[in-house]
Design a protein around this ligand. Structure first.
Ligand code: CP
Ligand code: NVA
Length: 337
């Protein structure tokens, strides 16, 4: 019997039902437990996995690599500058070639259309490792982290503060709405998510019973938050925007005062990483020199506080990517979810 996941690509969250996303979250927890207990789970023995990157990555690349190896597969990194894609060969032709050699393909890049095109022509599952629009593999790890901390998802409130229209914000909003998590996007009006995405989230929220709030009012937005989530103020590909964003987003920085103002005792801090919480990076130093700020989206104190769960999230990237690859390529017995 073919499972509901077998041979499917993982391109954006809205392609999956609530039950399917929940299955992937719970399967990630199961694989995490197997890994900790040293139980082998080589569901992709003998398979070849291509890892295509147009943008830089630490977690996603490392997670796909180690997850592939744990599953018995062979990962191969294909950086944008190492292969012909874009310069000498179209995405369609690249997809047709890779699909004849590899059993699954991860793609991280700029346009969502690129990953969709790849999936259309590859004939094998394609997994979206981040585009300008969505970051779906991150969501399985993030909502797993929430579930690990609170034992449930439905009825929790996640407040995302900062750049409200980037890939991570879009994905958190839509995924939370599907799963029944209340999502607050707290950002300046000029960085509110696209209305189309808000409308989509509201449609899902109506079905799941979650509440969606998009506001520039920090006090209102963080009230009742079980999790405060932030991401970089300047995403990959928009590095010319530091000046504008530093000035605009300062009031949306997560700091100890914000964590203490949620009205909840156990608020956790989430961040997909990498984070600008000090001046130990080139951009961190540049922002200090030019604008006099030593921290951006999260203060160092908050980042190192008892609330912080960002490194659990980072670890969970591996378990969740493993679940996504195994479910879509592993011929597993998953009759229905
Ligand atoms: N969170 C995340 O996607 O990290 P990388 O950019 O390091 O892959
Ligand atoms: N919004 C960030 C996420 C990085 C994981 C970016 O696109 O750069």
């Amino acid at each position: 019997m073919k499972s509901v996941f077998q041979k499917r690509s993982f391109l954006k969250e809205k392609d999956f039902t609530k039950e399917e996303l929940m299955y992937l979250i719970d399967f990630s927890a199961h694989l995490k437990d197997m890994k900790k207990k040293g139980i082998p789970h080589r569901y992709l023995e003998g398979k070849n996995i291509a890892l295509l990157f147009e943008k830089a990555s630490t977690r996603t690349r490392s997670a796909f690599t180690t997850a592939s190896i744990d599953l018995g597969a062979h990962p191969e990194y294909l950086g944008k500058n190492d292969i012909q894609i874009g310069k000498k060969e179209s995405i369609e032709d690249t997809a047709k070639v890779l699909g004849r050699m590899f059993d699954g393909i991860e793609f991280r890049g700029f346009k969502q259309e690129s990953v969709e095109l790849l999936a259309e022509h590859a004939g094998v599952p394609v997994w979206n490792g981040l585009t300008d629009e969505w970051h779906p593999t991150q969501m399985i790890a993030d909502y797993l982290t929430l579930k690990e901390n609170f034992g449930k998802l439905e009825g929790l409130t996640l407040a995302y503060t900062g750049d409200g229209r980037n890939n991570v914000a879009n994905s958190l909003l839509v995924t939370g709405a599907i799963l029944g998590v209340n999502v607050h996007i707290v950002s300046p009006e000029s960085l509110f998510p696209d209305q189309e995405i808000v409308d989509l989230a509201k449609d899902y929220a109506e079905k799941s019973g979650s509440q969606i709030l998009v506001t520039d009012d920090v006090k209102k937005g963080v009230k009742g938050a079980d999790a405060l989530y932030t991401d970089v103020w300047v995403s990959m590909g928009e590095e010319d925007k530091f000046e504008e964003r530093v000035n605009l987003l300062k009031p949306y920085q997560i700091n100890m005062a914000m964590l203490n103002n949620t009205g909840k005792d156990e608020t956790i801090l989430l961040h997909c990483l990498p984070a600008f919480h000090d001046t130990q990076t080139e951009y961190g130093k540049m922002v200090e020199e030019k604008f006099g700020e030593i921290e951006m989206e999260v203060t160092d104190k908050a980042f190192r506080s008892k609330h912080a769960r960002q490194f659990d999230q980072a670890e969970n990237r591996m378990h969740s990517i493993k679940a996504i690859m195994a479910a879509t390529l592993g011929n597993l017995f998953i009759p229905h979810v």
